[in-house]
Design a binder for this molecule. Sequence first.
Ligand code: ZN
Length: 201
Amino acid sequence: MTQRLTTPLVVLFALFATACTDGWSRHERELINTAAYSRMRVSTVTTPSDSLLLRTPSAALTEKEVGSIEFGRLIASMIETVNDPENSGVGIAAPQVGILRRIIVVQRVDKAGCPFEVYVNPEIVEHSATMQTGGEGCLSVPNLSGVVERHESIRLRWRDAVTFELREETIEGFTAVIFQHEIDHLNGILYTDRAERLTKE
Ligand code: ZN
């Protein structure tokens, strides 16, 4: 009797365990659901534990994760965070709000109305040999700016934030700089690693 009951229970437990481990971690869920569509705390290099997190490469998202309520909450919170009137930016990456996942929000300054757009699992698949040099700052590196050399144009590939379909686009100029800066965050790289000159503000 015991033996006969145990088998289905074990199967059920295994299914339950799989459902819980597939997708967002408990820590990620807590962070995302606490913010629940509102501004999140920005990790900065001035805090040792944040500094370690900012240096850690992020994990790609699955289609199931992109379709989850947590994803919707997280991207809404990231947009709120990058639009903080007291500390605003033109882009933000998920590690900057404590989530080590490959999501970036970029202000498309090359589009009418300069909308903030979400890019999942973004990667640069090609880039120009020609470079451009410009000033950069970062929400995670307070009171500092620097001069950084970046590729003039990039070929970007990413997953659509709604349909999860693969997309590609060639991006140039300052918008290409924002993408290179944000994708660096997903690989634990900060603009200060690439800067020719850094200036205290
Ligand atoms: Zn940054």
